[in-house]
Write a protein that binds this ligand. Structure first.
Ligand code: SAM
Length: 289
């Protein structure tokens, strides 16, 4: 059996197949068994679970997932790696390999096709270039996902779990915290990968909420308010909203903020999710008047 967590073995395997890791596809393979264990433990897998793995690479994590979950559906965009995975994972009949771009994949459809269980879990060591659009797509699309365990750039992980008033807190934090309960599982040093990337990573665990964290009549409007509030970080909330494309005059915004119990002179990045929701509710009432 190949040792997929040894940098020398992974290098030799890739060399033998003439595969040069592509930077463009974020191909840095995990070669630290401790990090694999942490990831699998964070996913809390049992034989009843179906896991979708995005970007299986050479299959080190996929094999560990297959040992604990009932079914693993691995989505890899690089044809060269799909061919290699057919060999490295040949001893795991519960792994379903799919050559596809995760940004285009209908994950629910894939799980149904493979006879997997709903809701399912997503585990991935994500390529950096795809992290934010993919995360937004996974949370926005209504896919039946209950939990995600993701290895992402450390800086992105800190943004996902950031609290109001910190420099990491931004529109992505609010969006992710609206949809999930995020936890930082641990930091992963760049030396855990082959080839070694330029930055450190971290594992985050996102428990998808069955109902959003706050109730608003229109969540697209909530996110427009959030984006407008963070767009001009050095402005007061009142100036940021009055100068936004949301289209209300300054006095109306002032009244909305005061009615929501928010000092208009505060900065957008100090607002909690509940406060953003209060603004969204009052804005909808205002539009109805
Ligand atoms: N899971 C492996 C590991 O932990 O060693 C590999 C992780 S590597 C950081 C990212 C993987 O995602 C690569 O195998 C890459 O080819 C794949 N990938 C990149 N873009 C993708 C996309 N749009 N859809 C699916 N897989 C993608």
């Amino acid at each position: 059996m190949l040792n997929l967590t040894s940098p020398a073995a992974v290098r030799a395997l890739l060399l033998e197949r003439g595969i040069k890791p592509k930077k463009r596809l974020g191909q840095n393979f995990l070669v630290n068994p401790g990090v694999l264990e942490k990831t699998v433990t964070a996913a809390g897998l049992s034989p009843g679970d179906t896991v979708v793995e995005i970007g299986p690479g050479v299959g080190a994590l996929t094999a560990r997932l297959a040992e604990t979950a009932g079914k693993v559906i691995a989505v890899e965009v690089d044809r060269r790696l799909v061919a290699l995975l057919q060999d490295t994972l040949s001893g795991y009949p519960n792994v379903f390999l799919e050559e596809a771009d995760a940004l285009q994949t209908d994950f629910d459809g894939l799980v149904a096709e493979a006879g997997g269980a709903f809701p399912y879990k997503v585990v991935a060591n994500l390529p950096y270039y795809v992290t934010t659009p993919l995360l937004i797509r996974l949370l926005q699309s209504g896919f039946r996902i209950k939990l995600m365990v993701l290895t992402v750039q450390r800086e992105v992980a800190l943004r996902l779990v950031a609290r109001p008033g910190t420099k990491e807190y931004g529109a992505l934090s609010v969006f992710v915290q609206y949809k999930t309960k995020p936890d930082l599982v641990g930091v992963v040093s760049r030396g855990s990968f082959y080839p070694v990337p330029a930055v450190d990573s971290a594992i985050v665990r996102l428990a998808v909420r069955s109902d959003p964290a706050v109730i608003v009549p229109d969540d697209q409007l909530l996110f427009r308010i959030v984006r407008a509030s963070f767009a001009k970080r050095r402005k007061t909330l009142l100036n940021a909203l009055a100068g936004s494309s949301l289209g209300l005059d300054r006095e109306t915004w002032r009244l909305i903020l005061v009615r929501a119990g928010i000092d208009p002179q505060r900065r957008g990045e100090t607002l909690t999710l509940e406060e953003f929701a209060a603004v969204a509710r009052l804005l909808v009432l205002q539009q109805r008047e």
